[in-house]
Write a protein that binds this ligand. Sequence first.
Ligand code: PAF
Length: 282
Amino acid sequence: MQVEALPSAVRSAVQSHRCGGRRTGLVPTMGALHVGHVSLLDAARSECDFVIATIFVNPMQFGPHEDFERYPRTLEQDLQRCEAAGVDLVFTPETSRMYAPGAESIVSLTGLTRKLEGRHRPGHFDGVTTVVAKLFNITVPDRAYFGQKDYQQQLIIRRMASDLDWGVEIVTCPIVREDDGLALSSRNRYLSPAEREKSLSLSRALSLAQDLAQSGSESPDSIARRMQQLISGVEGIDPDYAVVVDCDTLDPLVDRPKRAVALIAVRIGKTRLIDNQILRFR
Ligand code: PAF
């Protein structure tokens, strides 16, 4: 497995592998890899000839009071996980190389990024789209893999790739959960045992939402209210939102649709957690 810190080295490796229709797969990450990330690497490995993982804790997507400084950095273990998953090349750039002095270009979307997460984390998605655009330019992937856990992020990256004619196929892989339902996240390690117990209310609220959608009697709005009640009833949870919205636009739903997405974001102590589920209505 090749490990490179310079974009020029990644570019030449990609060029030398890009022959005879060989497909390049990209898995962008911020490191602290867990089984959810491994599922993305596995999908890329099974569908592509040359697999690139990137590990970069992107300062541009963290707000001033967010967890950039304490975000877990576990490079040695991450490289072992990449090697075990059969990754061909890992790109681990320095911040000073990704954001050179004098850099002033930002990739910014004007609609999807203003909703939900965008309201609670101003500027976050500009950081995500700018870094992902740079990673697409450096690695020129045929396919790029993202987790459904960051539902709004994958939607925004799809929009960006299509709007800017990148010709990269965006693949969204299912959420990986612990046995008790907690969606895997690098931030779960911040949770105390008591907070971890409370965090199960997210997946419980989403299961309730799915049951209610299936029951055929509740509107998207009343399902959202039931999720909000469940979450607000847990002491120590501070909800940012719990909504049921259109899967593509994230807009509120007027009628009862065939499918929708339930999205939740909460703060538990100092940790912010998000989760979601596609709902199928009867
Ligand atoms: O999902 C993440 O880990 C990050 O937002 C990403 C896509 C790697 C960009 O920094």
